[in-house]
Design a protein around this ligand. Structure first.
Ligand code: BG6
Length: 495
């Protein structure tokens, strides 16, 4: 059956950097459906040819696979352009005519909303008016993919979901969180439920605490218009961080079908303990990098946080009493996203531990989402030729060693294919979004109350403010990334 992908906001960064390169890579791997057409829809007065030229440049610059002129010549005739503003009706009628006039008129339609979020509602409403959303007479599917942010708080997310549901069924809506498209995030499900050795230990009896960290080296870049309104809590915590948390904490789903998985994730979000206003100052840290208010587009007196760290709890049988420490920041020392499962200490210590490593004699499983994707397990070993002295060592798995250097595709490749195939398991459902907002709104109201922690400042190229160390320090813990055992190195040489 023939398929059209319509990208709204097709002249923006996302289309050039991610969507078209991902579609091209899938095309080269022969994974796209037959008779596929890609129609860019945006305000700029481009023709098909101008748009194709721009997309050619984008593929050459951003596709992970090598650009191949022959493949491009095969791919290019499938690309079209429809000019129009997002709010008028006429461009949508023209779009409808364009879809009908394709060499093989499209039966299936996937609409990608890569516009600024304020246009989501009008694009969907206009599509419905032009009768482009109705699935009738088994005439193919009509689906939308929506980018984050999906609202800026619970109330706005409810309104958005309500408007979508007026003209679409939930199973036609694919809300993207690109972290779920990362191979390493999908591998979390395999690690937990495709192996028998971890699950028996995956609970409060064996796990001391969990850390989830998304650190970036970039600052606000050219996105101040969006970011200064959002801040890291909305930009990263509400979606990527909470999504990782749900996968780490969920119960085994009966299958990996979309609803089975998402039901389990929803249970975690339901059990996530709200951070009360009174707890705000001792359970949260917020900070802004030095120089943020001088960034282009940022208000001189902006109080937007670019860094946050939270201590959260999940109130269920499996996780009662186990803290989950979440942190994310811009302008940090390293770009890295990690999950650390810190196991409990042995009940007694009968061996001598090498000087300087005592605080490390716990087992620790670090899952590196990016870069250098892999998994590392720290355990104690006997130091040869030193009596019964012990010290921590690491067992390492790197994706690149086992599967090759180019094994990891961009997240959008997988997500676009899944949406085309009707598999929503890596997309977030409406109720997940709402629960996540409800938690984030709670944190924000603490920050707006008399109990708010101060907005601290931190130097770029650091791991954030000292207060974030105290958040764990006051519990007798520390951020593993800052510990003395960097992945794969020799701890003895560090002491
Ligand atoms: C996006 C955020 O969702 O994720 C950006 O809006 C952030 O601010 C980006 O830079 C990080 O994604 P990744 O894949 O580079 O970790």
């Amino acid at each position: 059956m023939s398929t059209a992908i319509v990208i709204f906001g097709a002249t923006g960064d996302l289309t050039a950097r991610k969507l078209i390169p991902a579609l091209y890579n899938n095309f080269c791997k022969r994974r796209l459906p037959e008779n596929i057409s890609i129609i860019g829809f945006a305000r700029k007065p481009y023709t098909d040819d101008i748009f194709r030229d721009k997309m050619k440049e984008a593929i050459a610059a951003f596709a992970l696979d090598d650009y191949d002129e022959n493949k491009w010549r095969e791919f290019a005739p499938r690309i079209f352009y429809q000019q129009g503003n997002f709010e008028g009706s006429e461009p949508y009628n023209a779009l409808s005519a364009k879809i009908d006039a394709l060499e093989v008129p499209a039966k299936n339609c996937l609409y990608y909303l890569a516009t600024a979020p304020e246009f989501y509602m009008s694009v969907v409403a206009r599509l419905a008016e032009a009768n482009l959303l109705k699935e009738e007479n088994q005439n193919g599917y009509r689906r939308i993919i929506v980018e984050k942010p999906l609202g800026h708080d619970l109330q706005s997310a409810l309104v958005l979901n309500h408007e979508f549901h007026r003209v679409l069924n939930e199973n036609q809506i694919y809300r993207i969180d690109h972290y779920l498209g990362k191979e390493t995030v999908q591998n979390l499900v395999v690690l937990r439920f495709g192996n028998a050795i971890f699950e028996p230990l995956w609970n409060r009896n064996y796990i001391d605490h969990v850390q989830i960290s998304v650190a970036e080296t970039v600052g606000v870049e050219r996105r101040a218009g969006y970011y200064d309104q959002a801040g890291v809590l909305r930009d990263i915590f509400q979606n990527h961080l909470l999504q990782i948390l749900t996968i780490i904490a969920m119960e085994p789903p009966a299958t990996i079908q979309a609803d089975a998985l998402r039901n389990e994730k929803v249970k975690v979000l339901t059990a996530l303990r709200e951070i009360s206003k009174e707890d705000s100052a001792q359970a949260t840290v917020r900070a802004q990098y030095e120089g943020y208010t001088s960034e282009p587009g940022v208000g001189l007196h902006s109080t937007t946080e670019t860094y946050a760290a939270l201590r959260v709890f999940i109130d269920n049988w499996r996780w009662q009493g186990v803290p989950f420490y979440l942190r994310s920041g811009k302008m940090m020392k390293e770009k890295s996203s990690d999950i650390t499962i810190q196991f409990r200490r042995p009940p007694t210590q009968i061996f001598d531990v090498q000087t300087g490593t005592t605080e490390l004699f716990t087992n620790c499983l670090t899952i590196r989402i990016q870069p250098d994707e892999g998994i590392h397990l720290r355990f104690m070993a006997k130091v040869p030729n030193h009596g019964m002295q012990t010290r921590p060592v690491e067992m390492d798995f790197h994706f690149r060693d086992s599967f090759g250097v180019n094994a990891i595709p961009d997240a959008y490749e997988r997500l676009l294919l899944d949406a085309l195939n009707g598999d929503a398991s890596l997309f977030t459902r409406g109720d997940e979004i709402q629960l996540a907002w409800s938690f984030i709104d709670g944190v924000r109201s603490g920050w707006e109350s008399d109990f708010a922690p101060p907005l601290l400042s931190y130097r770029p190229n650091t791991w954030g403010p000292d207060a974030a160390n105290n958040l764990l320090g006051s519990d007798g813990r520390w951020w593993i990334h800052d510990s003395k055992v960097p992945h794969g190195s020799d701890p003895a040489s560090e002491t």
